[in-house]
Design a protein around this ligand. Structure first.
Ligand code: NAP
Ligand code: ZN
Length: 329
């Protein structure tokens, strides 16, 4: 008989490890429409390695990278890791269930939020510089399997953060990847400071809602571009200093390049026509040098970034700021 923990139940015997768990699983032969691609399966509960933790998932946050993973586009996750199946999910809150024998800071029962940046933990970037610039950096639940769409998730211990007490499980699982990305872009890359005017495109979106609030907290003036009157009200309530409803200006929208005349079904355009902006750090470097490029000539999935652009030593700045591209530490 299966010893799977019933869905929605937190077992009283903390740390008891069932052999099996339920997970939304993507398999290579099922890549396509997410509703068909992700199937609820009973799979083995993974054993945490020496520096890893197994977390009982209480809340899982949805990110578009789960859709990319399900579709296998723009790149199959099975080209990024060697697991036979993929469990997506790059945001979670939960309860630490078991830790590896080298983990000192966490123990079974700790309530946590999980950040999605996996790295080697041993290189200079991981030790005082910028772990996102680690040459082994990967996004958990996208470039790795064992993400949060399961009863248990396996993560590096350094990914654990204390759950804010004031947030319930679902809210705690909702903000990590978008908030941390917006914070990194505005604070670390653009170095936004009081008095700056910051144009936030997509201000009612996942990153945008945090960008507006972070700018406000820094004393800057977030100027929001949104599509719709209801979204205008929303960004005003979040603290936007000014706003533009792009529906009032029909040309104020991104249009994919059509110069090549390629039809949508013809696959991705040549690397030279892709947006050259690094998706994660916004540093403006070309993604064609992305570390995870599936082929030498094509950029990788949109979450991959130029390794150098992520670095604390990156000298290229986001176009959000008009100050010179220098950085002091
Ligand atoms: N989410 C993450 O964790 C993450 C991490 C790294 C990078 N990124 C990148 O950051 C960007 C924003 O991500 P997100 O998660 O915030 O996405 P999102 O929630 O979908 O928000 C994007 C916003 O862009 C606006 N938009 C959509 N189509 C547009 C068009 N054709 N022209 C102009 N505006 C358009 C929409 O707002 P309006 O209709 O209101 O204008 C939409 O709400 C994406 O490029 C994503 O790949 C995301
Ligand atoms: Zn490293």
């Amino acid at each position: 008989m299966s010893d799977v923990i019933p869905l929605g139940e937190v077992p009283a015997d903390l740390g008891r490890m069932p052999k099996k768990m339920l997970a939304w699983v993507i398999r290579p032969e099922r890549e396509g429409d997410p509703e068909q691609s992700m199937k609820l399966e009973e799979v083995d509960v993974p054993e945490p390695g020496p520096n890893e933790a197994l977390v009982l998932v209480m809340g899982a946050g949805v990110n578009f990278n789960g859709v990319w993973a399900a579709r296998g586009k723009p790149v199959s996750v099975f080209k990024m890791h060697s697991e036979p199946m993929h469990i997506a999910g790059s945001d979670a809150s939960g309860i630490v269930w078991k830790v590896g024998d080298q983990v000192k800071r966490w123990k079974a029962g700790d309530e946590v939020v999980i950040h999605c940046n996996q790295s080697c933990g041993q290189c200079p970037e991981c030790n005082g510089l910028d772990p996102m610039a680690c040459s082994e950096q990967k996004i958990w639940g996208y470039e790795t399997s064992w993400g949060s769409f399961a009863q248990f998730t396996k993560v590096q211990a350094q990914q654990l953060l204390r759950k804010p007490k004031q947030l319930d499980w679902l809210r705690a699982a909702s903000y990590g990847l978008t908030y941390f990305t917006a914070y990194r872009m505005l604070v670390h890359q653009a170095e936004v400071t009081a008095g700056d005017n910051v144009l936030v495109w997509g201000a009612a979106g996942g990153l945008g809602v945090f960008a507006v609030q972070i700018c406000k907290m820094l004393g800057a003036n977030p100027i929001a571009i949104v599509g719709g009157k209801d979204k205008v009200e929303m960004v005003k309530s979040l603290g936007a200093s000014a706003w533009i409803d792009r529906n009032d200006y029909p040309d104020l929208m991104y249009k994919p390049p059509s110069a090549s005349g390629r039809s949508p079904s013809a696959g991705p355009p040549p690397a030279s026509t892709w947006s050259s902006t690094c998706a994660t750090c916004g540093c403006g470097r070309s993604r064609s040098s992305a570390r995870t490029s599936p082929t030498p000539t094509r950029p990788s999935a949109p979450t991959s970034s130029c390794t150098r652009g992520r670095s604390s030593r990156c000298s290229t700045r986001s176009s959000l700021s008009s100050r010179p591209p220098t950085r002091t530490r």
